[in-house]
Write a protein that binds this ligand. Sequence first.
Ligand code: SF4
Ligand code: SF4
Length: 377
Amino acid sequence: MRPVNYLQYAFKILGYKLFRTFGFPKMMPSNCVFSVTNFCNSKCKTCHIWEKYPNQPELAKKEMTTEQWLKTFKTMGPSVFCVFTGGEPFLRNDAHELLMGIQKYKKPKILTICTNATLPERIEEVLDKFLQTKKKDIDLTINISLDHIGEKHDEIRGIKGNWEKLLETVKVVRKLQDKYGYPNLCFHTVVSKWNVDDIPKIYDYVVNELKPDVYIMEPSELRYELGTINTDILPDKEKLSKVFRVYSSNKNVTFLTNVVRQIYIDKYIKGQGLPCYASFNHTQITTNGNVWTCCMMADKEPLGNLNEADFDFKKIWFSKRANKIRKKVKKREFPTCKGCYLAVAANTSIPQNIALTTKYILRELFGKKKSKNSVNN
Ligand code: SF4
Ligand code: SF4
């Protein structure tokens, strides 16, 4: 983000503090995640979204149409951060139209597109078209899942040949960068029991061979959204803490993003929660029209369903039901909130804690020498 946008966002932080404390001023979310499809052509061990439609084919018919998504974006208005994800979002035939809708109505400063990198030609087609008209002030990143190297990556992702497609996708991204200067290339590793022992090797390969602009790691999670509750996917906690301390952050994100990630990692390792701002400044909309508080709660306690509100997001966001849910989020009354370290909501919940964020900013500026936590130095 540009400095002027940080300043604007600082005012929003104050606004959200008031919204969370007093219920006023009423604010729209700054961080919006759009899960535009649950179709997925991977079969990941750490996420079972790919099983949703084969197990319940009737659900696939409930995916929101292009028009319904566009109306939703329009009624939401601008947000600073937007994430375009799935399932595999490039499987949607209207991926370009949806991105154009996000650009037009959501006016994001930071737009992240997640992909399993299995469809390099489709990714090139959609992004090339989008980049021709992309507004200058959108910082666009493609976030590619990378869970191991070569065949081991394919094993975790459940698809033979995924690694080769990933390498092709990297070439596509480089080509687009030469042509348009974007998107930023980001790799995202989910640390699970299948790769925790190899993280140093994976890290060195990614940083030295693939040379991304950004490299992030996150722990695998037991989430309703992913269908991983009661599954045996988590890495050994001690091993995870060790690799996280050394490898999980990076500095080729912006300075402040890196600070947020440092806080997230420390809190995760220490098992400490923070005041949660999900449903205040963060929301996720899933493809059946459900508006989620966060991905951890997912369909369990939606703020509402857009189908019942004629795809007018404001009707859901400012409804009595949403207010009731907010009160419970504040007190962490939902069972899912116990032991939750915020997951994606962390990105917007952490900066709301001004004292803590300031402490980490000072530590980053004047603290001890960092270890191996940077890419592309
Ligand atoms: S992690 Fe992504 S690619 Fe893998 S199954 Fe889930 S949605 Fe599909
Ligand atoms: S504490 Fe966790 S589960 Fe509860 S609302 Fe916040 S992000 Fe969701």
